[in-house]
Design a protein. Structure first.
Length: 143
């Protein structure tokens, strides 16, 4: 078993690193996403920023997860986990394998059989921000 654990640790240094998209202004919120969610997420980030909701985003590109992913979550008040999966598989991996506190994650799940859209992401994240009672600030500061 120790040999297998060592293999996973080595794999962390060999798989592609996550890609960070930093918000234009300081952001309290983060978003983690992967795979075919990428195009819609890029568009949603622009739309959210236009609404005064600034979100740093991290595109996960491989498993096992590198330490940067847990560090990203720790540096935000809340992190939206955007995924096209009914069972929140990415969120579960973050909690179980990266040791992320589940209380800091907010799942945004899309699983109706159609591709996820920027509109869906924008509306879901916007609703969560309103639920958290955080008002966007239009003066260029974080939401």
């Amino acid at each position: 078993m120790q040999r297998l654990l060592a293999k996973f640790e080595t794999a962390k240094s060999l798989v592609p690193k996550p890609e960070l998209t930093a918000a234009e202004y300081p952001a309290r919120f983060g978003a983690i996403y992967c795979g075919s969610t990428s195009a819609a997420m890029r568009e949603a980030l622009h739309t959210l920023a236009a609404q005064g909701i600034y979100v740093n985003a991290l595109r996960v590109r491989a498993f096992p997860f590198q330490d940067e992913i847990a560090d990203f979550v720790a540096s935000h008040n809340k992190v939206f986990v955007i995924e096209q999966n009914r069972d929140a598989q990415l969120k579960t991996l973050l909690v179980n394998d990266a040791g992320v506190n589940p209380a800091s994650l907010i799942p945004i799940l899309h699983y109706d059989g159609t591709p996820i859209t920027a509109r869906f992401i924008t509306e879901a994240v916007g609703a969560q921000v309103r639920r958290l009672n955080v008002r966007p600030i239009q003066s260029g500061k974080a939401a």
